[in-house]
Write a protein that binds this ligand. Structure first.
Ligand SMILES: [Cu+2]
Length: 329
């Protein structure tokens, strides 16, 4: 499903927007990790969800312990980051995930519509209320969009990455087709000024119900390779608990590395991780440039357990998503 929705999927990545990474020269493959961190490329899987923190004035990258975050001040819409829990005022902390609550950091997600019929396109509408209980209408454009939405079923199937549009009154709307019965979760990943006026990155999550008999699918076994269309995606590197580690994704076609990997919403890839068991959400963005042909992320695992990784990439103008299970021991 998400495949082919090019143009509408997400991304807040870091990209190369102005403040993002430029301070950090692209390190040579294999070297310079610190430089990366400085650039804010790091995404803690775990911490990753903190995408929100990026836009904080103080430099929001969630750098792992011991890592200096450098000078980043990410203006809205710029910079690499992770999207996760509300970042306001809280430092990055390993293990944080976002999307587990519909209210965080003073923001509350209020669905206008909620029940869905299987397989039918229906508008999903919602508002984000601020601390004053009024709809928020001032969102920062991050990775080319003011709000990124991820949707998946409770068993981590059916992943979609869409971009709702907002009416002047603050009502967001996006057509959704939920193909199977069950409880789904919709994550709204955005950055907006909090009550104090500070740009805060937040990921709120709310359940959507699709009537019918829920037949859960078991989580596929852990794997480092997945196929999507004519492409094969692999990754190297193992996220560690409490410490960011490099994770490199590569895309192949007919056994050869794809030469035409394109930037999508400002970066060469977007990685969302959903935790099995509670649907904790982590969203990270890669380093600004390819590293030896690979899309390089920095991830830290928030906890032991199973995660479903969703790697969005674009080739030939079409966005596709590779899905892989990761087990963190
Ligand atoms: Cu998005």
């Amino acid at each position: 499903m998400s495949v082919e929705q090019a143009g509408t999927r997400d991304q807040r990545e870091l990209t190369d927007e102005p403040d993002a990474i430029e301070p950090a020269p692209v390190p040579a493959p294999g070297g310079g990790r610190m430089a990366l961190f400085v650039g804010g490329l790091i995404l803690a899987l775990v911490g990753g969800f903190g995408l929100g923190r990026l836009n904080t004035d103080s430099g929001g990258t969630s750098a792992p312990a011991g890592v200096t975050s450098g000078d980043h001040t990410h203006a809205p819409g710029t910079a690499p980051h992770e999207h996760g829990p509300a970042s306001a005022g809280t430092g990055p902390s390993a293990g944080e995930v976002g999307g587990l609550a519909l209210s965080s950091a003073g923001f509350t997600m209020v669905p206008v519509t909620g029940a869905f019929q299987v397989g039918q396109s229906q508008p999903f509408q919602f508002r984000v209320l601020g601390a004053d209980r009024k709809p928020v209408t001032n969102f920062a454009v991050v990775h080319e969009k003011p709000l990124h939405m991820i949707v998946a079923r409770r068993d981590l199937s059916g992943y979609q990455h869409v971009h709702p549009t907002m009416a002047p009154d603050g009502t967001w709307s996006v057509p959704l087709t939920l193909a199977t019965p069950g409880i789904w979760r919709a994550y709204a990943d955005f950055t907006a000024p909090d009550a104090a006026g500070k740009q805060t990155a937040v990921t709120l999550g709310v359940d959507l119900v699709v009537n019918g008999d829920y037949v859960p699918r078991g989580l596929p076994p852990a794997a480092r390779e997945a196929s999507v269309g004519e492409f094969t995606v692999t990754y190297e590197g193992t996220p560690q608990l409490g410490a960011s580690a490099p994770v490199l994704f590569r895309v192949f076609a007919n056994g050869s590395p794809v030469a035409g990997l394109e930037r999508y919403l400002g970066s060469y890839g977007h990685l969302v991780a959903l935790r099995a068991g509670d649907m904790g959400y982590v969203h990270v963005h890669p380093e600004a440039e390819l590293v030896g042909g690979a899309v390089k992320f920095w991830l830290a695992a928030p906890s032991p357990g199973d995660y479903r990784l969703f790697f969005d990439f674009q080739v030939g103008g079409v966005v596709r998503t590779a899905e892989l299970t990761l087990t963190v021991a």
